[in-house]
Design a protein around this ligand. Structure first.
Ligand code: NAD
Ligand code: DAU
Length: 336
């Protein structure tokens, strides 16, 4: 297979590129990424000279470049990770979320259609289903009910993917995964932000009462699920992915502080996120029964490994947390 991985320099995309290069040495992996603030080629440093790996800097809205790349590398599958991915940024600047996530997906779908791509996989999110109350789980047929500009843009791109399947008969899949964590996670997101702030002796900003629930999955379990969908997903199907690891934010934060042996007094409750979804929880029965997927990680083990990864890779996150990130941080949180 010759696979175009878009957004392969981001958190999940770079973990997926590594996973594929390790698992399928005969596949060609073409990483196409615009290198926005979230894209980082350092994530793939040890792989850059592999014969079956290439990187192209490009925008998923650039149809001409995509056509050239797809033809040159005889691409037969596309997996789209490229997106603006942070909810807080979508609240302060929604426009780029529409441009990248909606328009970008539609351009990519056109390129797939015009080049007879045999499989297109859209990496989506559980956030398209909106928020749950205390009970229940998201299943694949739960109505889409996004609440943030980010999730609205992801839901919209999912609808385009489904429309291309219905209208043009394209072989597509959509995966909807819960919150990922693991190595190379950009430190604007909860877990890496809390780990790195604690290591720097800074306050840990908790939105609202800290009791919002997220359903955590180690990024390598997400990668193994996408692998199964790529190879065995039935045309047009949606697959939910999640590991039944529901946690209140405050409990995750306390667990991080305990691992690092840092005081709980670093926790600072701040104003809630606008439109903050209360609870996400995935029912992953379909991917388990139809494709045989099973997560390998237990959350406690995964969190410990992740904290250790940040302890051992200070240079990686120190470089990110200076410069442009600093400006974002001050705008988002004031000076804590
Ligand atoms: P990320 O922000 O870490 O990475 C996004 C990548 O996309 C970056 O490398 C960036 O440079 C690239 N990109 C942005 N705009 C682009 C454009 N116009 N053209 C080409 N590349 C562009 O995101 P992530 O957390 O790795 O998420 C990857 C995908 O998975 C996203 O589609 C996201 O919606 C989805 N997802 C994320 C999670 C999660 O917990 N992080 C969970 C479920 C689904
Ligand atoms: O559910 C999947 C989604 O998970 C993905 O689609 C998104 O791309 C990804 O960013 C993530 O979205 P969340 O909004 O759930 O993740 P985030 O890490 O931003 O926040 C997790 C929870 O922690 C959420 O309830 C908000 C809270 N939070 C977050 C930050 C950054 C805080 O309390 N303080 C913070 O500073």
């Amino acid at each position: 297979m010759n696979i175009l991985v878009t957004g392969g320099a981001g958190f999940i995309g770079s973990n997926f590129v590594r996973y594929m290069l390790d698992t399928y040495p005969d596949y060609q992996i073409i990483n196409y990424d615009l290198l926005t603030y979230a894209g980082n080629l350092e994530n793939l440093k040890e792989y850059e000279n592999r014969k079956n790996y290439s990187f192209i800097k490009g925008d998923i809205r650039n149809k001409e470049l995509l056509q050239y790349v797809v033809k040159k590398h005889r691409v037969n599958a596309i997996i789209n990770f490229a997106a603006e991915s942070h909810v807080d940024r979508s609240i302060s600047d929604p426009g780029i979320f529409v441009k990248t996530n909606v328009l970008g997906t539609q351009v990519l779908l056109d390129v797939a259609k015009e080049n007879n791509i045999v499989k297109y996989v859209q990496i989506s999110t559980d956030e398209v289903y909106g928020s749950l109350g205390e009970d229940g789980f998201f299943i694949e047929t739960t109505p889409l009910s996004p609440n943030s500009p980010y999730s609205a843009s992801k839901a919209s791109s999912d609808l385009f993917v489904q429309a291309y399947h219905e209208t043009y008969g394209m072989n597509v899949n959509i995966t909807r995964c819960s919150n990922n964590y693991g190595p190379f996670h950009f430190p604007e997101k909860l877990i890496p932000l809390m780990i790195t702030n604690a290591l720097e002796g800074k306050s840990l900003p908790v939105y609202g009462d800290g009791k919002n629930v997220r359903d955590w999955l180690h990024v390598s379990d997400h990668c193994s699920a996408i692998d199964l969908v790529l190879h065995n997903g039935a045309p047009g199907e949606v697959y939910n992915i999640g590991g039944h690891n529901e946690k209140q934010n405050i409990d995750v934060i306390k667990e991080i502080l305990n691992i690092l042996e840092k005081p709980h007094s670093l926790i600072q409750f701040i104003e809630d996120r606008a439109g903050h979804d209360r609870r996400y929880a995935i029912d992953a029965t379909k991917i388990r029964d139809d494709l045989g997927w099973k997560p390998a990680y237990d959350f406690e083990k995964g969190l410990l490994e992740t904290v250790n990864w940040y302890l051992n890779n200070k240079a990686w996150w120190n470089r990110i947390k200076s410069g442009e990130y600093q400006r974002y941080y001050e705008t988002q949180y004031g000076i804590l």
